[in-house]
Design a protein around this ligand. Structure first.
Ligand code: AR6
Length: 169
């Protein structure tokens, strides 16, 4: 059984085994959650991301996939980078968003992580509607077969927190 917790705050301050990053396919950093994680986590994370680019992910990490690095100076053992879909009004990309959660949990299982913090992937720069994104996140985690004992959704603002809370009720 996986317990689901909701927290409002900055995910880069969480203390868990693995923190999931809403990255982009370059793996080389950006704004939002990605910026906060790299800022607080320090250069070790970017260094490992660069190595991953040079070895396995020359063409970038594909949307819906996930890969782990060190967590650097964060209070976690790993950062799991995943690439959410950019929202499209004409194409249903919900399967790709669900894949981010499923693949991140699969990577967490491979690592042996028992507590995992997720941001609301794709709901910032990638403009995914919050209600849809929250439903996909909660449904996917609930349906996942994983050894992760606690999934903590860390929502930056009250609006996102409330959207996730509605899905959990
Ligand atoms: N802790 C928790 N949640 C946060 C934080 C934080 N420190 N900062 C922002 N959020 P976004 P995306 C929320 O844009 O939409 C980056 O540049 C934010 O309010 O970080 O998947 C990447 O490099 C929103 O609800 O990620 C990519 O290029 C949610 O986290 C692109 O943005 C996700 O917002 C990915 O876009």
């Amino acid at each position: 059984m996986t317990t689901i917790e909701l927290v409002q705050g900055d995910i880069s301050r969480e203390s868990v085994d693995a923190i999931v990053n809403a990255a982009n396919s370059s793996l080389l950093g950006g704004g939002g959650v990605d910026g906060a994680i790299h800022r607080r986590g320090g250069p070790a994370i970017l260094e490992e991301c660069r190595k991953l680019r040079a070895s396995q992910y020359g063409k970038g990490l594909r949307t819906g996939q996930a890969v782990a690095t060190t967590a650097g100076d964060l209070d976690a053992r790993w950062v799991i980078h995943t690439v959410g879909p950019v929202f499209s009004a004409t194409e249903d990309r919900s399967a790709l968003l669900a894949s981010c959660y499923r693949e991140s949990l699969r990577v967490a299982d491979e690592l042996g992580a028992r507590t995992v913090a997720f941001p609301a992937i794709s709901t910032g720069v990638y403009r995914y509607p919050l209600e849809d994104a929250a439903r996909i996140a909660v449904d996917t985690v609930r349906a996942a077969r994983t050894d992760v004992e606690e999934v903590r959704f860390v929502l930056f603002d009250e609006r996102a927190y409330e959207a996730f809370a509605r899905q959990l009720r």
